[in-house]
Design a protein around this ligand. Structure first.
Ligand SMILES: Cc1cc2nc3c(=O)[nH]c(=O)nc-3n(C[C@H](O)[C@H](O)[C@H](O)COP(=O)(O)OP(=O)(O)OC[C@H]3O[C@@H](n4cnc5c(N)ncnc54)[C@H](O)[C@@H]3O)c2cc1C
Length: 465
């Protein structure tokens, strides 16, 4: 049995590891177009900030570890075409030569590529790139290009276009490196994956660390600055009231989201789904015989929404593992995502799981969100932090639908969101969350855990008198 994975990131390598774990005799080849298999691209901001060195520490596993697990790596090799009836993959090897690689089962893990918005300087007659200090950020190659700009051009200032979680992590990272950062976001508040009430707290944290945050500001063009200006680049944008906003900067980072990379899949005739991602069933099977797919290139099965597109590293690992198992003849199903995520912004963290009101209502729920706050541990013990919570539940059934949290990075925000993720995963009601037997000691918690106090605040606010 020869399994071939396309892509050597979270999905492709998880699939390869699982296949080798289940069948030590499985012949497993991973085709990857760069030379950095199994790198934690989620850690890129911390390498660029200078907090993590050297760059090789970002590898989840070394090449030697991966080879010891029994997989054959084909680095600097690009998959060009899938011949489904012939079960062959056309690849271009590092020397440029073409080769046909036979397979019994194929797993596509081609991931996502950063969205390049159609603005001046990124599209049109004059396109600026890394040599000009204009960057997109997704791969290790992109990372090295940003680092070259940082180390060789010594920028004093940066404009970050986009205030999603990667934009925020990079605002933090570049500020830590000593750059003056301006963040431009076309929506009304930063971190649009949480409610604006929590986005405003994130906004204040950015501003408190000196980041100039310009929301409701749509970038129109990035160009070279006129000689004698403050920076080598100039970013032109429009504010909500239509007025022009111009900022000079030495570098510009454009991080406005990703789209699934499906060139190969489309050419092979694979069915696509939401947002143009590859359609897969819960076993990661595509519409083509013996071809599986996983990770950022596929649609996401969501426990509350059905099918959506929610590209995340945690999901890519799980889907890859299932694809690897099922390619060997297994019958595992991806249990579904809840979009659980967390981001650190300087000294604070923001997290969410499940649904917000505007996501829950179209899915047939009657959502109510109640905001409250509680301490991460008993306030009489030094070092306690206040956590802001937004609990979303279904008015009709009391079912817990979502939780959003904001609080200090040492307030266990990530693990607290995971309590709610576990509760939602298992269909608990908001009251049921409050019934859970959770741990307590004053330096680390309270008799009622903070998220349980959030649950009780929801029940108080929604109970009928
Ligand atoms: C800066 C940053 C921070 C992030 N932080 C987080 C986080 O904190 N938490 C979280 O859950 N997620 C995070 N993510 C998202 C997470 O990294 C992705 O969801 C995950 O890496 C997706 O894995 P993947 O294997 O599906 O795809 P990708 O990581 O996109 O990898 C796909 C690979 O396939 C290769 N490839 C594509 N086409 C071909 C071809 N034709 N031939 C050969 N190879 C090919 C590409 O070169 C690429 O290496 C972050 C992403 C970035 C960029």
């Amino acid at each position: 049995m020869h399994l071939v994975m396309i892509g050597g990131s979270d999905a492709g390598i998880s699939a390869a590891l699982r296949a080798r774990e289940l069948d030590p005799a499985a012949d497993v080849t991973v085709v990857l177009e760069d030379a950095y298999p199994n790198f934690s691209i989620c850690g890129i901001p911390y390498y660029l900030s200078g907090e993590v060195t050297p760059w090789t520490s970002l590898a989840h596993r070394s090449i030697a570890d991966l080879e010891a697990a029994g997989m054959r790596l084909r680095p600097d090799t690009t998959a060009r075409r899938i011949d489904v009836p012939g079960r062959k993959l056309l690849i271009t090897s590092p020397d440029g030569g073409e080769e046909l690689l036979g397979y019994d089962k194929l797993i596509v893990g081609t991931g996502a590529v950063p969205v390049r918005p159609p603005i001046g300087g990124l599209a049109g007659p004059v396109v600026l790139g890394p040599d000009d200090g204009v960057h997109l950020l997704h791969s290790m190659g992109d990372t090295f290009a940003v680092m070259r700009t940082l180390e060789q051009a010594h920028p004093a200032s940066a404009v970050i276009v986009g205030a999603g979680y990667i934009g925020l992590e990079m605002a933090d990272a570049l500020t830590v490196r000593g750059l003056a950062v301006t963040q431009m976001e076309q929506l009304a508040e930063v971190l649009p994956t949480v409610d604006p009430q929590l986005g405003a707290l994130v906004h204040a944290e950015l501003a408190g660390h000196g980041v100039e945050v310009l929301t409701s500001t749509t970038v129109q063009a990035i160009g070279k600055a006129p000689p004698g200006g403050a920076g080598r680049l100039e970013v032109q944008a429009t504010a909500a009231d239509g007025s022009a906003v111009t900022r000079a900067a030495d570098m510009v980072l454009v991080v406005v989201g990703v789209r699934p990379e499906t060139t190969l899949a489309t050419e092979a005739g694979m069915a696509l789904g939401v947002k143009g991602a590859i359609a897969v069933d819960e076993g990661m099977r595509t519409s083509l015989l013996d071809v599986f797919a996983a990770g950022d290139c596929v649609i996401t099965h969501h426990r509350l929404l059905g099918v959506t597109y929610l590209p995340l590293g945690t999901t890519a690992h799980k889907q890859g593992r299932i694809a690897g198992e099922n390619a060997l003849g297994g019958n595992r199903a991806f249990a579904g995502s809840l979009g659980t995520q967390v981001v650190k912004i300087f000294d604070q963290a923001a997290a969410r799981t499940g649904l917000r009101d505007h996501e829950a209502a179209p899915a047939g729920f009657d959502p109510v969100t109640v905001e409250s706050a509680a301490d991460d541990h008993k306030a009489y013990y030094p070092g306690s932090h206040r956590i802001t919570m937004r609990v979303t539940g279904d008015r009709a059934t009391g079912r817990l639908l979502g939780l959003q949290l904001f609080g200090h990075k040492h307030a266990e925000i990530a693990k607290r969101i995971d309590i709610a993720a576990t509760a939602i995963f298992h269909g608990l009601t908001v009251d049921g969350l409050s019934d859970l037997d959770l741990s307590y000691t004053p330096p680390l918690g309270s008799p009622w855990e903070a998220v349980q106090m959030g649950a009780q605040a929801w029940t108080r606010a929604t109970q009928k008198h």
